[in-house]
Structure formats: structure tokens, C-alpha cells
Design a protein around this ligand. Structure first.
Ligand SMILES: C[S@@+](CC[C@H](N)C(=O)[O-])C[C@H]1O[C@@H](n2cnc3c(N)ncnc32)[C@H](O)[C@@H]1O
Length: 502
């Protein structure tokens, strides 16, 4: 047996713990059989190597065997929190691995380096088995998109998995972590039996199932990875993209006082429009406006109220390191990106907290200018909005969308375009539209509450939860479920089923 730990003290604690367990096991053996093996000298029991596991040759350290068992609880450190040394470890581990070429391994959690080292050992010792505790993000979103082809390319496949459970350390102040355990081995290893442990309550006991297949997302299914798309997979669904980007140093935007002044000036008033970013949509106040000067008359642009602001926009754009922004210094009346739709649109925040059960969105008229922190769905109809406000959408987003730290990124390439929505006839569309209206009505009961208030899990009004549940029931059925599904896991299983059924 061998272990690796970079810190001296944890290494000693691990050695001591192993000795204690060994001793306890021997006492039990003695009770049962009347005889226990001699454990002296102590040094022969175990070796915990002190050092950086990612810079060691595991084939040298781990005693020779065809069927090595590698298990561990490697450090959980997201890409953006990794130190320079840890980033260098990542490059050191992945550089020699040919299956990693072309994959975005630099964006993986630190823990992924242990997967890669273990998979390398598996290629040398094909009867070996591996299992790592990891944060559940490794089995989701962009990380899973990299891990699936990486492990497959290294000749490995998932054997067993513990789906998300909550690990609360007893250490004072320690944060609870949402963990998974992924067990894998060589595709060559015969007689595999897949075991899947699901936690209906993430703090409770798991339920074991024995699926035919098991993918890296820890679902019964083939190793499906959604392809990033640039338009909806399903015809008839609306397009989606970011809103318009001002890059204006704040000078085209108006607070309430500036707006009040502007609407008094006849030359300026027609160009004053509401401006909404994700924060404005979710938090409500203070409201913001902007000067939307796309079709402005040149003589109006010379009005001092506008003129002064345009000079400031030019000045701030010239200071930008980005050449395309500098070029827009010559067109200060325009946002650097104008993606405002001609008709009404549905909007979702580009990034949303992972704590919300549903990510709230809202319809706006073309007169309200959508900022670049919104994802907008031009010409969306209420039944489209119903789909986007469903738990089915959330199940997809939780598993496949990218993340910014732990928050969801709704960039449509992964979070929306590849969703295999079911075909819906007019009756079903109407039913969904009605459900969406019920959600809107339930929100309207509390006109002073913002979307952030209404969708805070602790504050969400019961009528709103009920309206969403009714909406979920309709969407679940549209996806082929017999009744309301109990969890987003069940919803995802249905999505996998649809994808694996030709
Ligand atoms: C999540 S803790 C697990 C601790 C212990 N093995 C357990 O299961 O409770 C991760 C451990 O990895 C150690 N560690 C961090 N970076 C390491 C590296 N590059 N090589 C070896 N160990 C490392 C940390 O010091 C820490 O003790």
C-alpha cells in the first residue's frame, strides 16, 4: 500500500489512522478467529510519501501489481483559484498525454490532474480500478465536456458513481461541499457491473441501482456530450443571443435624475429608453435609462445634453486597449454592439446564482434596450418562455451549461441551443402559454417584490412555487413523462433517454 500527501502533518495523521484501522481490524480478526497477524515492525504497514503527487511517477511509487486500486480525495480547487504552481502542475500532467491534445484541459479543476495520472497508470496496469471523491462540478458543464473525451481517449470508462451528496466536514468553519465519487477503469477490464448510488436527499443515504451503462455525468446512458451549437437544434425555437453592449464608460446611461432632465428637452426626449441589464431585471431598482441614438438626427446629436456625453464616450473608448473599441470612438452615439431586436423579446440573466430553483426571465418590448448581461430570445412566444422557466430547462442547465465559479452561465451555445425539445402541437403550446401566464400572475401578486426577492428559495411565495410546479408538470409530460417528475435527476434521465433513442 502507498499514499501521497504534499503536507508533512496530514501525511503523518494518515499513517497513524491507517495503523489504527489496521490494529482494529486485527482485533476483530482475533475475536473471530482467535489469531491475528503480527503487525511489527510498524514501518512495513504503509508508506505515505510526502510530496507533490502530480510530479511523481506513480508507477514507481505504487507497489507493482496488475490490479492496483487507486483511491483518493484529491484537493478541490477550481481553475480560477489555482496557484501558479498548481497551474504549472496541470500543464506538466497533461502535456505528455496525447488524448488531451485539443481539449481544454487548462480549464479543468485541479482534481482532474489526479484522474489523468490514474488513467495513465491504468494503461500500464489494465486490471486496475480507480475512484476519486471530487466536487460535483467535474461531472457537469464544460468540465465534463473535457473529461468525457479525455477518459475515453485514455481507454477508460466509468464503472460506478455516487451522484451528488453533501459532505460536511466537522472542522470548524468548513464549508459544505457537494461531492460525487467517480469510479473508473480500463474499457478492457472484463465482467463489469455498473453501480450507481443516487441521493434523493443529498444529506441522506443513497439508493443503489445497477444500470446497463453509466456515463461521466453519472447517468444511465451512453457518453453523450452535447455539441456547442450556434442556432437551436429544434426548428421553431427562437434564436438567442446577448443584448447590446454600450462600452461607453457609463456616459450613454442615465440615472433617474438625468432621465428627468432629458425628457424635458424636445430634441433629446425621443432617444431616452429604458436600459436593462441582468442586475436591473433581477433587482428592479434603481431603474436605468440610456440614450439610444441609432436613428438620431445629426442636429439633435449636437444638443449640449447629448454632445457633452458623446465627447466623454469618445474619450473613454480611446483609452480602451481593444482596437475595435477605439475605432468606435468615432461613432460615440452608438453602442459598440447593437443587438436590439425589432420586436418584443424574452430575457434571462446571462449568469445566475446556482441557488435558485428556476432562473427567472421576463418579456420586454422592443422599446426597452437589453444590455449585454442579458440573454435575449427575440420574438419568443409565451410557450417558449414556459419551456425556459421549467425545471426541465434547469435540469439541462445544471448538467450541461458552463459555469462561472459555481454560478450558471446561460451562454446559449451550451445552455439552450442543443436542448432536444419535444415537438409540440398547437394545443400543447397553448397549454404551456397558459402555465406561463399563471407564473406571471403569481409574480404580480407581489408588485413590490423584485425577481431576486421572488426567486430567493427562502422567500419564494407559495403561489409562485405552485404555478411553477403546474408548469413543470406540463413540460414533463410534453417530454414523455407520465406525471410530474420528482427531481431534476429524473428529468435529466429522460433527456438522456430521448438522446439515446434514435
Ligand atoms: C480534500 S483533502 C483530503 C485529505 C485526506 N486525504 C482525506 O481523504 O480526508 C486533499 C489533500 O490533498 C493534499 N494535496 C494538495 N495538493 C497536493 C499535491 N499536489 N500532491 C499531494 N497532495 C496534495 C492536501 O494537503 C490535502 O491534505
Amino acid at each position: 500500500m502507498a499514499g501521497i500527501e504534499v503536507e508533512e502533518w496530514p501525511a503523518r495523521i494518515a499513517s497513524t489512522a491507517l495503523r489504527l484501522v489496521d490494529h482494529q481490524a486485527n482485533m476483530q480478526m482475533e475475536l473471530a478467529l482467535g489469531k491475528a497477524p503480527d503487525t511489527l515492525p510498524l514501518d512495513t504497514i504503509t508508506v505515505i510519501h510526502v510530496g507533490n503527487a502530480l510530479r511523481m511517477d506513480w508507477n514507481e511509487i505504487v507497489p507493482e501489481s496488475d490490479a492496483t486500486i487507486i483511491m483518493g480525495n484529491p484537493p478541490f480547487i477550481g481553475m480560477s483559484w489555482m496557484s501558479k504552481e498548481q497551474q504549472a502542475d496541470n500543464r506538466h500532467v497533461f502535456a505528455p498525454i496525447s488524448a488531451a491534445k485539443g481539449l481544454r484541459t487548462g480549464r479543468l479543476d485541479y482534481v482532474a490532474c489526479w484522474y489523468a495520472k490514474a488513467a495513465e497508470l491504468v494503461t500500464l496496469r489494465p486490471q486496475s480500478r480507480v475512484a476519486f471523491v471530487s466536487t460535483n462540478s467535474i461531472t457537469q458543464g464544460e468540465q465534463a465536456r473535457t473529461m468525457v473525451p479525455l477518459l475515453a481517449g485514455m481507454g477508460c470508462e466509468v464503472d460506478f458513481g455516487h451522484r451528488t451528496f453533501k459532505w460536511t466536514s466537522e472542522a470548524p468553519g468548513a464549508a459544505a461541499v457537494h461531492c460525487v465519487i467517480v469510479g473508473f477503469s480500463s474499457t478492457q477490464r472484463p465482467n463489469k457491473r455498473h453501480r450507481l448510488f443516487s441521493y434523493p436527499r443529498i444529506t441522506g443515504q443513497p439508493i443503489e441501482t445497477v444500470p446497463d451503462r453509466l456515463n461521466f455525468y453519472l447517468f444511465d446512458g451512453a457518453d453523450y456530450v452535447p455539441v456547442k451549437l450556434t442556432k437551436p437544434l429544434i426548428e421553431g425555437m427562437p434564436n438567442a443571443h446577448k443584448g447590446s453592449q454600450p462600452t461607453d464608460g457609463g456616459h450613454l446611461l442615465l440615472d433617474e435624475a438625468a432621465m428627468r432632465e432629458a425628457v424635458q428637452i424636445p430634441e433629446v426626449a425621443p432617444y431616452v429608453k429604458r436600459f436593462v441589464q441582468a442586475r436591473d431585471m433581477l433587482q428592479g431598482s434603481p431603474l436605468r435609462w440610456c440614450l439610444w441614438l441609432v436613428d438620431a438626427q445629426p442636429q439633435h446629436l449636437r444638443h449640449p445634453f447629448i454632445r457633452q456625453r458623446l465627447d466623454q464616450v469618445s474619450e473613454s473608448r480611446l483609452k480602451s486597449p481593444t482596437v475595435s473599441v477605439q475605432e468606435y470612438a468615432a461613432k460615440p452615439a452608438l453602442f459598440t454592439q447593437n443587438r436590439q431586436p425589432e420586436g418584443s423579446y424574452f430575457a434571462l440573466p446571462e449568469v445566475s446564482s446556482e441557488n435558485r430553483r428556476w432562473i427567472p426571465g421576463q418579456f420586454y418590448d422592443t422599446d426597452v434596450i437589453a444590455g449585454n448581461k442579458l440573454i435575449i430570445f427575440p420574438n419568443a412566444e409565451p410557450w417558449h418562455a414556459a419551456l425556459l422557466q421549467s425545471s426541465m430547462f434547469m435540469a439541462w442547465v445544471e448538467t450541461f451549461a458552463g459555469r462561472l465559479e459555481s454560478r450558471y452561465s446561460l451562454a446559449p451555445g451550451l445552455a439552450y441551443f442543443p436542448i432536444p425539445w419535444p415537438e409540440l402541437d398547437q394545443r400543447a403550446q397553448q397549454q404551456l402559454a397558459d402555465r406561463f401566464e399563471q407564473v406571471a400572475d403569481a409574480r404580480a401578486v407581489y408588485p413590490d417584490a423584485t425577481l431576486a426577492d421572488l426567486y430567493d428559495p427562502a422567500a419564494m411565495p407559495s403561489q409562485l412555487i405552485d404555478a411553477h410546479t403546474a408548469l413543470d408538470r406540463t413540460v414533463d409530460k410534453a417530454f414523455g413523462a407520465a406525471a410530474l417528475l420528482r427531481s431534476n435527476d429524473e428529468r435529466l434521465a429522460l433527456i438522456f433517454e430521448r438522446n439515446n433513442t434514435p
